[in-house]
Ligand binder design. Structure first.
Ligand SMILES: *Cc1c(COP(=O)(O)O)cnc(C)c1O
Length: 404
């Protein structure tokens, strides 16, 4: 298993930081990009750059084709029934904002929105704001000491008044893989009127997706966490759920006809894509998906999972190290604290040894609060990490412990 080497496809990884070969373990914040993604974006700007749709010339046709092929590739990758159910956005954050601000228009005081205490701020603050504006009540399902959603509390907070339920597929702070199928079934049973949005930012790369089978109303993710570019993301929606949403932003591209008296809106997906889209970003995302289709993804996901469990075991054995979050099922992430050492200092000492991790609250302050910590040190793995990265992390941690 160890001889699979996709690392060579990622030019950035072949560098030294602070005099040591880089070990990049901040993949939950963003992933590096394979050469094919960089080439596809460069090719677009070098040869095909033109605004998309409604033009007679060859460049515009090529740019439109490239963008729409990317949409089709993404649709296939996630199991969407049709490409027009893939809305291009700036990222998970914008996808959630789109749904939250559109749904908020139909909410009245007394309606309820249910989220969990595990959410990234991107899947918490838009709902908080939707409640503030509409008078709806924000319900928050608690998390257990192991860093899992408390399903009993989640169920108890569902009611016929629940209009929206939003939760993460995988926690960015702890790596917890949530039982999304079971949670969806609970919502459909207890709160049949509710729309469900799943934040898939941490899942899209590591968990095989079939959005049609999963059947949430909305599923959001970001290109940059799955080997694609920043500033690019996706909102997938069930056709009925998307068609029932009022538009989010207004301007060019999203209209069908405009006169001084009346405006009619375009069909899916353009209704939700006001303005010139991130064409290069879409092409980069399409290339990332094409790349993922060429590598032995299942094998690499299994290797990543075994690196994560080895990391957990080894870190837990180090004196003074405490794991934060011990969920039964996890993906990609190990969060921990060192007794007597501030998380930020641990991060800095690791960086001096060429090991990049992230420290702090990971945009999940309600979760940190629920777990009684200010933040953690987070090592997050991706498909290009291998046993040598883990070994370097552990060696650097041993040395770090002697300094603290
Ligand atoms: C990164 C992340 C987000 C936000 O994604 P952006 O790309 O910053 O919009 C939301 N939720 C989770 C779980 C994340 O990991």
């Amino acid at each position: 298993m160890t001889d699979i080497d996709i690392r060579g496809d990622f030019p950035l990884l072949a560098q030294s930081v602070n005099g040591q070969p880089l070990v990049y373990l901040d993949n939950a914040a963003t992933t590096q990009k394979p050469r094919s993604v960089l080439d596809a974006m460069r090719h677009y700007y070098e040869f095909d750059n033109a605004n998309v749709h409604r033009a007679a010339h060859a460049l515009a046709a090529r740019a439109t084709d490239a963008m729409e092929s990317a949409r089709a590739a993404v649709a296939t990758f996630i199991g969407a029934p049709a490409p027009e159910q893939v809305i291009f956005t700036r990222g998970t954050t914008e996808s959630v904002n789109l749904v939250a601000s559109s749904l908020a228009q139909g909410l009245v005081p007394g309606d309820e929105i249910l989220v969990t205490a595990m959410e990234h701020h991107s899947n918490f603050v838009p709902w908080f704001e939707a409640c503030r504006r509409s008078g709806a009540v924000l319900q928050t399902a608690g998390v257990t000491a192991t860093g899992e959603i408390d399903l009993r509390d989640f169920t108890a907070r569902l009611s016929p008044r629940t209009r929206v339920v939003a939760f993460a597929h995988v926690s960015n702070a702890l790596g917890t893989l949530n039982p999304v199928e079971e949670m969806l079934a609970l919502v459909r049973q207890q709160a049949p009127a509710a729309k469900v949005l799943i934040d898939g930012a941490q899942a899209a790369l590591h968990v095989p997706l079939d959005v049609r089978a999963l059947d949430a109303d909305f599923y959001a993710f970001s290109a940059h966490k799955m080997f694609g570019p920043t500033g690019m993301g996706v909102l997938y929606g069930r056709r009925d759920a998307l068609e029932a949403l009022p538009p989010y932003q207004f301007g060019g591209e999203m209209i069908e006809a405009v006169s001084l008296e009346a405006v009619t809106y375009n069909r899916l997906p353009y209704r939700f894509e006001a303005g010139t889209p991130n064409i290069a970003g879409a092409i980069g995302l399409g290339a990332a998906v094409d790349y993922l289709n060429t590598i032995p993804r299942d094998t690499l996901v299994r290797r990543e999972a075994s690196l994560v469990s080895d990391a957990m075991r080894a870190l837990a054995d180090m004196p003074g190290v405490r794991l934060v979050g011990t969920p039964k099922q996890r993906v990609g992430v190990v969060s921990f604290l060192v007794e007597g050492g501030h998380a930020h200092d641990v991060g800095t000492l690791l960086d001096q040894q060429g090991v990049a991790v992230r420290t702090g609250h990971h945009c999940t302050m309600p979760l940190m609060h629920a777990l009684g910590v200010n933040g953690t040190v987070r090592a997050s793995f991706s498909l290009y990490n291998d046993a040598s990265d883990l070994e370097r992390l552990l060696r650097a941690m041993h040395k770090t412990l002697t300094f603290l």
